[in-house]
Design a protein around this ligand. Structure first.
Ligand code: ADP
Ligand code: MG
Length: 692
């Protein structure tokens, strides 16, 4: 909203709130806490819900069990002490038809100041009985007994999100006042033909209807209008930014079906899954097109993203270009390099590894610049100034969320427009993906290679701990390894209930797991120490690895079969799922054991979801419902938390429509030059954070 300035109008949307009557610096401070700083902000502070006060029930007609709103004058109010330190407010109310009791449990203080005799208020709740008909803990609102009460009674009344010190009444009054003064020229960004085709009310009418609706349906349609307008601006912004960048670059047209690709097909030790096949053809379509590829592959750990990327690499080599693969850590880069060398060197391809600790880095860089090295695997070191490529054609970025969003800019600065392929093992719900990663095309690998056994997930009660440790010993005897994850490094006085990894390591190494080869890993170790431990674990020199959550995403140890998570309810769902993904990479049955008793309902639900689902996509959807969108990777950066009206869970269908409409709109008017698109363009620019 902040950029939607219309200074020219009398009651400008950007105008400060001090033109409102009855508002001072203190109130303005409170409103600022709600993100409301201008008149426009105030008008777009949408009701959280409504209360239907069209029908006030006369007290004499209140029927037991029904939901009613009564309007009553306080006759008496008592603060009644109860057992312990509890208190209760007991009010007697009257209207023209009768009397009624209202009680507020645990809030005796309300009788002292809020509800003194003579005060008039509205009370909404279910009729129960307490020495006659009564409302227990109803919603209430005080009235002033004058004309203004008509704003708060006898209609569908908006209920807003508040902050301490602000009342519904005052907020409602201010909004009502502004609505009465706005003139015709409003920052409407919805193109007229779209407004008509969805039968949305015009802007001013919609503002009236969303705050003070005649019917619940009118309120709903008006809210949708604003949500859609916002989503359209966001989608247009994202897609437009992408058009601007990608259309100005001329990408490389690769050749599909050359010698390397054919050789790779022959050398593969397995059949590709249907999902892999589908995604590979999506990549190829991008690669033959002159537009640079900007694609994200999402798929659970172990679904086989690497092989898919390998096909893109082969096609790139067939076109006579170099390919670079970037991983977030050295150990992951080494793992990729090993794998790529294994697959590509037999085909006569030179593969180099370039990380911060590469010994002969200068030499390696020279051979990259000469084009002798055709495939380069590395960490960020790949994109340092001094690394020059001969003919870079493809960049594969693994675990893309671990990097910033500026790779493209840095590459473009090297004077190349390679195809870029991102890979992520953190599936996020589709609604978020097309917003957070809206500038990219998205491919899903939603299928695991055949023969993979899903990890079995179990809660373990204290009684069964002994059995679990026996199991870990047996597995170690068979050459299989275990992770034990704790939420803390060291003991904490404030969190005595949590298991610190250092203590746990000691206790178990001298106790139930004595005699096994154990090691300790956490974030306070040097990177080189961490690496050394991971290497030993990969080399199977360690039976049990005690760790915090620092163990790498994507680490591939096929003999790791058991994952134990202490205080499991302390972790988020996505994190639990990622931890679990460290096991189950081989063909034997793996287990994930969840320890600790959840202390919250949410915590309990997370563990239930994890036991029930194994697909990252299912888990991400469940996580979105539990936590809302703000907690997902990239959401904040993408400006999504700036959404004021739209709700990414509730408005999925609107989002789809908005995206389709934005695509169509940009096809007709790629530069957004048309007069009727100017307001949209202005608003869209704000969402145009390019993250391809
Ligand atoms: P991701 O990177 O998606 O976590 P990887 O690409 O590392 O997964 O693949 C995990 C394992 O599965 C690797 O050992 C790989 O060789 C194997 N794999 C991949 N695709 C298939 C397939 N279609 N059939 C059998 N095994 C496969
Ligand atoms: Mg991987």
């Amino acid at each position: 909203m902040k950029s939607d300035t219309h200074q020219s109008t009398e009651t400008g949307f950007a105008q400060s709130l001090d033109m409102l009557s009855g508002i001072g610096p203190k109130s303005m401070g409170l409103l600022a806490q709600l993100g409301v700083e201008t008149l426009g902000d105030l008008l777009l502070h949408m009701p959280r819900r409504y209360e239907d006060r069209r029908h006030i029930t006369p007290m004499a007609e209140a029927v037991l069990g029904e939901n009613v709103t009564v309007r009553g004058e306080v006759v008496s109010a008592r603060n009644v002490r109860m057992r312990g330190r509890m208190s209760m407010a007991v009010l007697r109310l009257k209207d023209d038809t009768g009397e009624m009791t209202v009680t507020f449990f645990g809030r005796g203080f309300l009788a002292n100041s809020t509800f003194t005799p003579g005060k008039i208020g509205l009370f909404t709740g279910k009729v129960e009985s307490y020495k006659g008909p009564a409302l227990k803990n109803p919603e209430y609102e005080l009235l002033s007994g004058d004309d203004e009460d008509r704003l708060h009674t006898g209609r569908i009344v908006p209920i807003y999100r508040l902050t301490d010190g602000l009342s519904q009444r005052r907020l409602r009054r201010w909004i009502f006042q502004v609505l009465g003064e706005i003139d015709g020229s409003l920052p409407e960004s919805l193109p007229p033909f779209l407004q008509q085709s969805y039968d949305f009310p015009p802007y001013t009418e919609a503002l009236q209807a969303v705050h003070f609706p005649e019917t619940p349906e009118a309120a709903d349609q008006a809210r949708k209008r604003f949500a859609y307008e916002e989503l359209l601006a966001m989608q247009t912004g994202i897609l437009w930014a992408r058009h601007q960048v990608l259309d100005q670059e001329t990408g490389i047209q690769q050749v599909i079906n050359g010698a390397h690709l054919k050789a790779l097909g022959k050398a593969l030790p397995f059949e590709l899954t249907e999902a892999q096949d589908r995604v590979i053809s999506e990549l190829f379509a991008d690669m033959v097109s002159p537009r640079p590829m900007a694609r994200l592959i999402q798929g659970d750990v172990g679904c086989g993203k690497t092989v898919v990327a390998l096909h893109a690499v082969a096609a790139c080599l067939d076109g006579g270009h170099q390919a670079a693969i970037m991983a977030p850590t050295e150990i992951l880069a080494e793992q990729h390099a090993l794998h790529l060398k294994g697959m590509l060197e037999p085909l006569g391809v030179n593969v180099a590894l370039l990380t911060g600790s590469t010994a002969n880095a200068k030499l390696v860089r020279e051979s990259i610049a000469d084009g002798i090295m055709q495939v380069v695997v590395g960490t960020h070191a790949l994109f340092q100034e001094k690394t020059q490529f001969h003919r870079l054609g493809l960049v594969v970025i693994d675990e893309q969320h671990r990097f910033g969003v500026t790779q493209r800019q840095r590459l473009a600065a090297k004077g190349v427009s390679p195809d870029i392929l991102h890979m992520s093992a953190t599936p996020i719900p589709r609604t978020l993906a097309i917003t957070v990663y809206g500038g990219m095309d998205i491919s899903l690998i939603d299928q695991l290679p055949p023969g993979r056994l899903p990890v079995k997930t179990r809660r373990v009660t204290p009684k069964k701990l002994g059995g679990m440790y026996d199991y870990i010993r047996e597995e170690a005897g068979k050459g299989f390894q275990t992770f034990i994850i704790c939420p803390l490094i060291e003991g904490s006085e404030t969190r005595e209930d949590l298991t610190p990894v250092i203590d746990h390591f000691e206790a178990l190494s001298y106790g139930p797991l004595a005699g096994l080869e154990a090691a300790l890993l956490h974030g306070r170790l040097d990177p080189s120490e961490k690496d050394a431990i991971m290497q030993r674990f990969k080399a199977k020199e360690i039976d049990v690895l005690f760790s915090t959550t620092v163990i790498e995403v994507g680490i591939d140890v096929d003999t790791a079969t058991t994952m134990v998570i202490e205080n499991a309810d302390q972790f988020g769902l996505t994190q639990l799922h990622q931890l679990r993904g460290r096991v189950g990479r081989g063909s034997v049955q793996s287990y994930c054991f969840l320890l600790g008793k959840p202390r919250t309902e949410d915590g309990k639900k997370r563990l239930e979801i994890l036991c029930e689902f194994t697909s990252g996509f299912d888990i991400a959807e469940a996580d979105l419902e539990l936590r809302g969108p703000g907690e997902f990777y990239g959401v904040r950066q993408a400006g999504l938390s700036d959404l004021r009206v739209a709700d990414l869970i509730r408005d999925v269908r609107l989002l789809d429509q908005a995206r389709r409409d934005a695509i169509a709109l940009l096809e007709c008017d790629p530069a957004l030059n048309a007069k009727e698109h100017q307001a949209l363009r202005k608003r869209a620019e704000r969402f145009g954070v390019l993250n391809v």
